[in-house]
Structure formats: C-alpha cells, structure tokens
Ligand binder design. Structure first.
Ligand code: SAH
Ligand code: SF4
Ligand code: F3S
Length: 475
C-alpha cells in the first residue's frame, strides 16, 4: 500500500515558514507495546554521520518496543537498511544486498525487511522497489522515523509492501529514544537538512530544509552526555556553520560552539563546515578553547574556479585558501581535511591540474576523494557528463596518490611525540592491539589493556604510516 511517495518538486521547495519543533513522546500503538519481546532486529547503516545518528534513534525506538539487537541476518525478525543516496555505487551496494535477501524472506516469511534513509526519499528508488524488490515489507523516509512503531504495525498487518515517504521541508523532532553506538563518543545533531543546493548533491532533496535545534536543547543533551561519562562529542550538521540562521534568536554556530566548549566536555569535534559561511567569530572560538579539537574538515570539492562556479559552491579557490590559511594560523598545528570530486561535468584536464595544485598548496591531513556521480533531480545531472568513466578513474588515481603522499608527510610530524588518544577498542586489523584517535583525528595503534577502552591515554609514537600511527603507552 502506498501511503505517501517522495516527490522531487516538493523536495525542492523552501518556504519562510517557521520550523515546527515536536517535543512529544513518540506514539506507540497498543498492539506494539512489548511487541518486540523475544524478537531481534538488525540494522545496516550506510552513508554519513546523519544516518549513523538516525540509526541510533531507530535502535532506541525498537528497544523501547522490546526488540534486542543482533548482527546475524539468519537470526533476525526485523532487518532495516538505513541507506545513502550520495553516489550511485552507494545505491548499488544496497540493491545488491536487498536482492540477496529474497531467499531468506522466502524461507522465513515472518521476517520483516525495511528500507529507510536517503534512498527512500528518491522517486526512482520507490519505482525500482515496486517493480523488482517486492519482498520488502516497509519503506519509510528521513522525516518519519518517529512513526516507526505505527509503520511497523501497518507492515505486519499488510500483505503488500507499505511505502510511507514524504518530501517536505521537515520538522525538528526532539526526545527520540536513542541507543548510542558508543558509551564515550557521541554524535549530537545541531541541525538537519541543507539549503546550499550544491548542483551535484542530493542531500537538500533527501533531508529537507536547513533547520536548527534550539541551543538549550543541544546544551541539555551535551550536559546529559557529560553526566553519563562521555569524553567526546561531534556536533553534526550538513553545514554546521549555518547553525541558528533559521531561528532568528540572535545566536549562531560561534555562540553554540563556545557554550559547548564551556561545558568542559574533554573533546569537541564538528562536521561539516561549508567554507562559504565560516566567520571570524567562529575561528576565534576554535582558537580559544583547548577542548575544541585541532581538526577541521573543510570540503573544497575542486581547485578550479570555473568548476566551483558550476558546482554552486559560492567561493573561489582564492577565498578558500585565505580561509584555510587563517584556520592554520588560528589553531596551532591544526589538522585539515577535505572532500574532492573529480570528473565534474566539463572538468577539463587543466581544471583537474588546478585541483592537484590546490592539494599541493593545502597539503591536507586527510581527504575523501570521489568520482562525480550524476544524481537524478540535481542540476548537475542535466549538465553534460562528458568526462568518461575511465578518465574519471584515472584522475581519481592520480589525485589519491598525491593526497596519500601528504598524509604520510603530515603524520611524520608526530614521530616521537606523545599524543593523547581516546581508546576505541581492539584494532580492526589486529585484536591484540588497541586503537583510538588522537586530538588531530589520527588513528593510533598501541598495545594495552582492554580496561583502557573509553579512556584518554598518552601514547608515544614510534612508527608512522599514511593512514595510522603506531606507538606505545606512556604515563
Ligand atoms: N554536507 C557536506 C557533504 C555531504 S556529502 C558538505 O557540504 O561538505 C559528502 C561528500 O560527498 C561531499 O563533500 C562531496 O565531495 C561528495 N559528493 C556529494 N555528491 C556527490 C556526487 N553527486 N558525486 C560525487 N561525489 C559527491
Ligand atoms: Fe550537499 Fe552542498 Fe549541502 Fe554539503 S552543502 S550537503 S555538498 S548541498
Ligand atoms: Fe548519504 Fe543522506 Fe548522508 S545521501 S551522505 S546518508 S545525508
């Protein structure tokens, strides 16, 4: 049954209406109270931290219904795919995965399978699911996670797939149940949506308009996290620098960041900053507080002004460099990272060389690099995608080689230095070794007791690689 389908025209809309803040407790229909007792759910999350945080809320809601988490699909009663639409390969991964569950569903018809997140917000995903993935039970979007108990009830009683995805500017929903992935590092949403409409990007259509949480609600959340022993928070938004603009309360990201710093939580990070509205006031706050970590993610996307213009990024290469230099000066030894897209429509080889030159100038500590992927409904998808796939791949390989060289060079400054590391747990590659992140967001591996997990410890670095540092525990 189709309750609501996403609609591109509605997703593009931005009005001046005030954002509604919903503070009610979530509604649980009688039939769903304790429905999940003795049942297990599995949630597979793709995409960015916004999705990671949504999955913590979905998990919180399901545990409120009595469900327990599992990581084994054969042992699941409810499987949820929280998806990402940012590039085609992200979507293909999900379609491959849900396709492979057809057999599991045939063998166990009581299994409920749901798809949510940014892919659900696309018209073309819904068409594809209705034509080829009828074994799904439920599709919901990024705006109605709070309705999950009712949606699940509908799906249980319906023989057909339930689709309930609205395209809207969106609300701010407070007080969702939450089951955080970590006991010492937390994601804290400060705003939702995006109004930048970079021409290549699907996010403004899948997440709605830029809307900020009230500062008091964010600070309450941070203070609760401190009481629970959290060591690090990351303030989240597609463009945190725009925080507060929609509220007309006289405060913005600089004020928020300063107030969060004053809570004295040991580590504060934030993601993502759009270079366009990075103010001097923000830079002052970043330089003034030691618990604001010396790591800034500042996506540049391209080093060529013509390409930047077509991307709708609203800054020039020269302006980016000025901001970059200011930040480097403002915070001693700050680590800078970025995002870069190669093969944007009509990116010439000269334009690509400009991007390489910018990388040589900035010498980033980290960089996420992507080949342009046209997204249906975005302006760039209508531009001439005239850099061939092979050429995109070749440019990506050249760019990666260059950025990787700088990762290694930058990491060398930590050789023989003692770094403060927040210990995450056993290393993914070697369970005898612990790993965690330094203040500069460097992955650090060292030997130590599992008792140290969740603590900030001193590690002296004795080996340096491109993507990690190795060291030993010191007092
Ligand atoms: N809000 C963040 C970015 C979120 S998407 C920001 O503005 O920085 C993360 C990254 O994915 C972007 O920075 C961009 O580099 C990349 N990206 C987004 N859309 C893309 C597309 N259509 N093709 C290739 N890469 C894309
Ligand atoms: Fe996408 Fe641009 Fe918004 Fe980032 S700022 S989410 S790249 S539209
Ligand atoms: Fe992907 Fe949606 Fe995030 S498209 S990058 S999960 S906002």
């Amino acid at each position: 049954m189709i309750k609501n389908k996403p609609n591109l025209k509605k997703a593009q809309k931005r009005s001046n209406k005030d954002v509604e803040i919903i503070e009610d407790k979530i509604y649980i229909p009688n039939e769903m109270v304790n429905y999940g007792n003795n049942k297990k759910y599995l949630i597979q999350t793709y995409g960015c931290q916004a999705n990671e945080r949504d999955s913590e809320n979905i998990s919180g809601i399901l545990e409120l219904l009595g469900y327990e988490r599992t990581y084994d699909e054969n042992n699941s009663d409810f499987i949820i795919f929280n998806t990402c639409a940012i590039r085609e390969n992200a979507e293909n991964k999900v379609f491959g995965k849900i396709g492979s569950l057809k057999k599991l569903k045939r063998d166990n018809p009581s299994l409920v399978i749901a798809l949510c997140g940014c892919m659900a917000q696309e018209e073309k995903t819904i068409e594809k699911i209705l034509s080829s993935y009828q074994h799904l039970d439920l599709v919901f979007g990024t705006h109605n996670i709070n309705n999950l108990p009712s949606l699940l009830l509908d799906a249980l009683y319906s023989k057909e797939i339930i689709v309930d995805v609205t395209s809207e500017e969106g609300q701010v929903i407070e007080n969702l149940p939450s089951n955080r992935a970590s006991k010492f590092k937390a994601w804290v949403n400060i705003m939702f949506g995006c109004d930048k409409f970079c021409t290549y990007c699907i996010v403004p259509y899948t997440r709605g308009k830029e809307r900020s949480r009230l500062m008091e609600n964010i600070l309450d959340e941070v203070n609760d996290l401190i009481k629970e022993g959290y060591q690090e928070i990351t303030l989240l938004g597609q463009n945190v620098n725009a925080y507060g603009k929609d509220l007309n309360k006289g405060y913005g990201f600089a004020k928020l960041l300063e107030n969060v710093a004053k809570t004295n939580i040991p580590r504060i990070r934030f993601m993502t900053s759009h270079p366009w509205d990075f103010t001097d006031e923000m830079i002052d706050v970043i330089s003034k507080y030691d618990n604001i970590m010396p790591f800034i993610h500042l996506p540049v996307q391209s080093g060529n002004n013509g390409v930047l213009k077509k991307m709708g990024r609203r800054y020039s290469v020269e302006e980016y460099k000025i901001l970059f230099d200011k930040l480097k000066k403002a915070k001693t030894d700050v680590a800078m990272s970025t995002d870069i897209i190669v093969g944007f429509p009509e990116e010439t080889n000269e334009a690509f060389l400009d991007t390489l030159a910018l990388v040589d100038y900035c010498q980033f500590d980290n960089a996420f690099t992507f080949a342009f992927s046209p997204r249906t409904g975005t302006p760039a998808a209508k531009m001439k995608d005239n850099v061939g796939e092979d050429e995109k791949k070749a440019r990506l390989a050249i760019l990666n080689e260059k950025v990787n060289g700088y990762f290694l060079k930058n990491n060398q400054r930590f050789f023989n230095k003692t770094l403060k590391v927040l210990v995450d747990g056993p290393s993914k590659k070697n369970s005898d070794v612990l790993s965690g992140y330094s203040e500069h967001n460097k992955l650090v591996n060292f030997k130590g007791s599992k008792m140290l997990i969740g603590k900030i410890v001193n590690v002296k670095i004795n080996d340096v690689k491109s993507f990690s540092l190795e060291g030993e525990l010191v007092d």
